[in-house]
Design a protein around this ligand. Sequence first.
Ligand code: ADP
Ligand code: ASP
Ligand code: MG
Length: 820
Amino acid sequence: MNMLVLKFGGTSMGSADAIKQVVDIVRNKLNESSVMVVVSAMSGTTDLLLNCGTKASASDESYKDILKQLETRHLDTVKALIPVQQQSSVLSMVKKYCNEIEDICNGIFLLGESSLRTKDKLMSYGELLSSIIINAAFNTNGSTSVWKDARELICTNSNFSNAIVNFPLTNQQVSDYLKEVSEKLIVIPGFIASDANKITTTLGRGGSDYTAAILAGAVDATALEIWTDVSGMMTADPRWVLNARIIPSISYQEAMELSHFGAKVIYPPTIQPVLNKNIPVWIKNTFAATDHGTVIENKSESSNIITGISSINSLALLSLEGSGMVGIPGFSSRLFAALANAQINVILITQGSSEHSICVGVDVSLALKAKEAVDKTFEYEIASEKVEPLQIEKDLSIVALVGDQMRHHTGISGRMFSALGRNGVNIRAIAQGSTERNISAVVLTSDVRKAVNVLHEEFFETSKKQINLFIVGTGNVGKKLIAQLIKQRTFLEQHLRLQVNVTGLSNSRQMLINETGIDLNCWESSLEQGEPANLQQFIQSIIYKNLRNSVFVDVTANASIADSYALLLEKSIAVVACNKVAASSQLSNYKKLKHLSGEYNAPFLFETNVGAGLPIIGTLNDLMRSGDSIHRMEAVLSGTLNFVFNNYDGTKLFADVVKQAQDEGYTEPDPRLDLSGTDVMRKILILAREAGVPMEMEEISCNGFLPESCMKGTVADFYEAMKKEEAHFKAIYEKAKAENCKLKFVASYISSPLGDGGGKASVGLQHIPPQHDLYHLYGKDNVVLFYTDRYKEQPLVVKGAGAGAEVTASGVFADILRAI
Ligand code: ADP
Ligand code: ASP
Ligand code: MG
């Protein structure tokens, strides 16, 4: 008769309800085949047992509370699963095991220590308990099953906690047992085995998968099914990558590589016993039993070049360096022999072609032991300065791309490294297996989650790219921006394949971060329930979260927020600002931000600093990049001032017209910044700088019109002062009118006639006659005239609404899209 081996993991055994599902799954299989069921301990049990041992050995009596908890959980499961009349024998068995656990822990408590051997004994009870419970469940639910202790079948050496299997003896014991058993259903505890002296050993954490594979190999099973809590092996760890998807079919080699590089869904040694016998392995979901799952077999039917991405944490890189190594054979073999003798498993190896250094990756817990062993081996060479003492670098991780198809394709590593580079992930070392089935990169542990996501997006999510926005400011512009993001969401997804998440949101009172994206339909109430705002914390968590495609969006006018751009750019986080403070700050700061932006590949965009949504800076950048040079710029850049002078004709108070501009949302929060000309100075300064001129604010001359008396006190005082100065404003107006001119607050820049890259800028109120280019400018419009090498006589003109929340938000939106 055919034999199927089914393994059920900790979650599948985690509650009476889950075990009922397991019983159903197995019952269906029994119609067509004999079945061996291998089970893990109930989820969390192994950790708790270990924890009891640790506490007991540290004379901490609270282990007794944990034991009580464990006992109750198992007894309750029996009571919920098995009819009352048939419970007693299982209940007493559970009690018996729990007493034994307690005896062992008491022993550890008295001795004050526990060996690996004792820990193995202690851990074995997790699987013993779960297996007798499910065995009873089968027998009371219409199937006849027999329980068999894995320790009588699987024989290992005495390497406690990670024992090595003696396959010939194990296979013999299994086949002898099969001859004597008549039941179609056999229940076996996973994870545990015994050594030649019948002492309990374990197969390594997660080892129940391995138990099932050993048995499947021994009985030549028709298939091995690993039943767990996900519907198959996935393209990446689903706890990290939201868009990870099931791999329907994968080769043994690929599955092995993925699990070796951290895909926890199967324990790495699991494939070995079934591989030679060509037994297919299925990964299936206990809680969605009809899902297809993943089949692991000889061939891979993946149409993707990359099958999956995985990662390993807690890596240390060990580097052996020295001029004495060049050209001399034997260094690497001595290095590896030293590591092997110290029982240190090498995860990754790289050697530069200069032979000047060899670099190996090992688990960080073994790094010091490795250093002792290697430094001892090279004692003589170190003393004579031919090689340096072994260097250790910690806090590293490996991220690996796996796929059989990679060897037939060029350019995969290029794509991998440039995707990581674009996101500011620094690569410490690289290794490619000679089978070309795997490319691994060593990165900082703080970057690994982002690296996995970046690569997943690069190789699997060609249909969608996720953007993470962190928006500061929910005033006029911020609100409009969020409204535009909501409105455009479907368009962005369908046409640009962008999934734009607002991951962080803050105003001056509250802040909120949600990695899966804040629900924009109720952002106001969510933000209200957020944490009290703290800029530093907000910035730190953006950096700490280290999400891919992060964009920081500053829609405030706040100087301390502008001070944080450098920190962000240094971490390759793009900055989009309508806040003008940074771009008009000290030249050295402006230059530093530009430099960081280039150095760390992080766009720093501020189109809305000049002319709101109008493409002014973009146009200037295009001219400069394509080799043009700016001779002169003539501009009206204040929506506020233009609005004020277009609407003031002496019939209404000047102060009232200014108030109207503020109410309609055109002014800065403090309108004096506009009225004094300071805001226009900042704008022409930014344009001059973007035209390549190293200018400071102090170099710009300003012919202002606001009397000194208006500059004092609060904004309310300012309005009062303006009322008192009405005659002054009226006189200015009348004078221009008498000359048949309009009043325009003009910003000009003229490059130095010496052609030395310098130039002069000025701003001020001017009388503009009807024939002038700037005359026909209405409402709050802005205009810029660029006179350049190419636009000598007739300027290139950009003109349109230059203020207002809606257009500013749309300019910020465009910058966001440009940044990504
Ligand atoms: P069990 O207790 O059934 O043995 P495990 O917890 O050991 O289950 O393994 C299943 C878990 O492995 C999943 O819940 C998932 O979170 C995690 N996992 C990590 N990487 C992958 C991957 N590439 N594919 C599927 N699951 C993965
Ligand atoms: N119970 C063991 C562990 O937690 C073995 C397993 O679940 O596979 O490591
Ligand atoms: Mg597992």
